[in-house]
Design a protein around this ligand. Structure first.
Ligand code: HGY
Ligand code: MN
Ligand code: MN
Ligand code: MN
Length: 414
């Protein structure tokens, strides 16, 4: 391990520990949800971390924190890296954070080694990547990609707070979300360092993954309408029980995921009855589910298959069902050229790697509309993520940063 790598590891350990202090003490794990107080306070820390690494820092109109390492040719299209520092409720210390601290460290290593890139290097901490209670993920990268408008914000609200108000509390103008000059110019490439959040790299004993594609996500809310009855007097055969129809739908969603021919998963994450009484046959039940795959043929057929199957099953119980489907994001393939550059960077450094699809989505999905996109994965211990057990060894993160530095250097070439 040469000197800078061990310095990098020390800085990473200290940075991850420092950033982890900003969490909601009332929630499990390292909870730092978008627009929460811990998140707001952590952003001041992140700005300073970028400045300490020698970056010029701005907060853009979309709420992204953007650190810039000036290149020799300001007119050359910038190389962009970055990720997010918000977490899910009960989340861990590495999802997103590895890409922001890793991007900052890469910029520092380049600057301190006296490497003067031709292109500007931008390191971005994107606002609110995680799915959240407002129901809208990747806030900062969607805005940078011109996909989020003030109207979208006013459709969402949570705890009585409309998303637009949350933005104004951060000093952001909901009407300027897409006024993001750094993203409006031609960009050379976007490369994101991220934890795998799955078990594959560990199972294969590999320290690095070069992402081939990022999963598409189809989500739906199913509303089951049966008939309320006294739970003590209505005969079992005579019920129109909305909860039973929802339960059969949960199993149908699981069966769909288990039946995926290549890559595919399906999860129901919430089932709730409108009734609060424990002695009433449920008449109105909502179920939230999502389906993911990098297989476009299978994913495109999911909506039809599940809608038909769940409705048919519900009809057997005399229950009606309505669906509200939405595409959280389409399948996005990593740019073949950037994949090759990241792979050859790993080869140059003698780091074994494998091509790997991403079952998680990332800001890279939206950055792919602005620039050729690539991602580099480092292993997740036992594949755990979105939970307190999330862990990646510092040595693996340091290797990922070395690969990121080499990839950026290669991207900077003629
Ligand atoms: O949901 C995801 O895949 C990402 O962690 N936001
Ligand atoms: Mn993430
Ligand atoms: Mn995540
Ligand atoms: Mn060039």
């Amino acid at each position: 391990m040469h000197a800078t790598a061990s310095e990098t590891m020390e800085r990473l350990d200290e940075g991850i520990a420092d950033l982890s202090r900003f969490r909601d003490q009332a929630r499990p794990g390292w909870t730092r949800e978008v627009f929460s107080d811990p998140y707001r306070d952590s952003r001041t820390w992140t700005v300073q971390r970028m400045k300490d690494a020698g970056l010029e820092v701005i907060i853009d109109n979309a709420g992204n924190i953007v650190g810039r390492l000036a290149g020799r040719t300001p007119s050359a299209p910038a190389i962009v890296t970055g990720s997010h520092t918000d977490t899910v409720d009960g989340g861990g210390r590495f999802d997103g954070i590895v890409g922001v601290l890793g991007g900052i460290e890469a910029a520092r290593v380049l600057r301190e080694s006296g490497t003067r890139l031709d292109h500007d290097l931008l390191v971005v901490d994107f606002l609110g990547e995680e799915s959240n209670a407002f129901g809208l993920s990747c806030l900062g990268s969607r805005s940078a990609a011109g996909e989020l408008t003030a109207e979208d914000l006013d459709r969402q609200d949570y705890r009585g707070l409309r998303l637009g108000q949350a933005y104004t509390q951060y000093g952001l103008d909901p009407n300027k979300l897409t006024d993001v000059p750094w993203a409006r110019q031609r960009l050379k490439a976007f490369i994101e360092l991220h934890i795998e959040q799955g078990p594959t790299l560990q199972e294969r004993g590999l320290p690095l993954g070069v992402v081939t594609a990022i999963t598409g996500i189809e989500r739906f809310i199913a509303t089951f309408t049966g008939s309320a009855d006294h739970a003590g007097t209505r005969a079992m055969h005579d019920r129109r029980d909305a909860m039973v129809a929802a339960a059969e739908a949960v199993l149908a969603v699981r069966a769909e995921g288990c039946g995926a021919p290549t890559h595919g998963v399906a999860t129901s994450t919430r089932v709730e009855s409108e009734s609060r009484s424990p002695n009433v046959v449920p008449s109105l039940v909502h179920m939230h589910s999502e389906v993911r795959s990098v297989d476009p043929t299978w994913l495109s057929g999911v909506k039809g298959r599940l809608t038909r199957e769940i409705a048919a099953k519900a009809a057997e119980s005399g229950v009606d069902v309505e669906f509200d489907w939405s595409t959280d994001n389409p399948i996005v393939n990593a740019d073949p050229g950037v994949q090759d550059i990241a792979a050859s960077a790993a080869d140059t450094l003698g780091i074994p790697w494998m091509p790997i699809p991403s079952g998680a989505t990332h800001d890279a999905v939206h950055m792919a509309t602005l620039a050729p996109m690539g991602m580099i994965f480092v292993p997740s211990k036992d594949g755990k993520s979105h939970c307190p057990e999330e862990w990646t060894d510092t040595a693996d993160i340091a290797l990922g940063i070395e690969a990121l530095v080499q990839t950026i250097t290669n991207l900077d070439g003629p």
